[in-house]
Design a binder for this molecule. Sequence first.
Ligand SMILES: C[S@@+](CC[C@H](N)C(=O)[O-])C[C@H]1O[C@@H](n2cnc3c(N)ncnc32)[C@H](O)[C@@H]1O
Length: 188
Amino acid sequence: MNIKFLAEYIKHPKTVGAVAPSSKYLAEKMLENIDFENCSAIAEYGAGTGIFTAEVIRHKKKDTKFLVIERNERFYRILRRKFAKCSNVFVINGNAQDLRKYMKMCGAYPVDYIISGLPFASLPHDISDRILAETKKIIAESGGKFITFQYTLFKRKLFERFFDIDDISVAIRNIPPAFVLTMTSKQR
Ligand SMILES: C[S@@+](CC[C@H](N)C(=O)[O-])C[C@H]1O[C@@H](n2cnc3c(N)ncnc32)[C@H](O)[C@@H]1O
């Protein structure tokens, strides 16, 4: 049981969106469609305590820039402690909807992959819409991919408003099992 995570969920249920961090199995699934050899920058939304972050850092090339965005102050401090000294890793206490601003600050162009742990099932609609609209534009510029996980496919239609879904896989060993969606920017 991760007490710090649970405590933040109790304080901010809608934005934290889960009672515990994801598993390493889910982290591995989230990264399956990333071509780490050909990648100039990656961004992560809602890194929490850094389960996906650690896996990206383990796989990425040293010169690939990695922007790790977390809104919650307590999780941000944990992420900084764990990863701030890693090469070309930028841990940011901020909002996913401001990714373009952070790309400018860090000189991270183009962003080829955006991975997300954001709880779209519980985030307010206007916030989800703003984040997804901006994400769509950023990956359209790079021809990149947006990768997220969901415990159900109830929000599939929301994603389909912005993206083409290229792949859906299931991380069975996560508790509960989770769907991993890999998407590209919608052409129309
Ligand atoms: C379900 S948790 C996922 C944490 C971690 N990725 C994992 O899988 O264990 C969602 C995270 O998104 C963060 N979050 C929610 N809204 C955000 C936003 N607009 N910008 C950045 N982070 C946000 C929360 O603080 C929380 O850490």
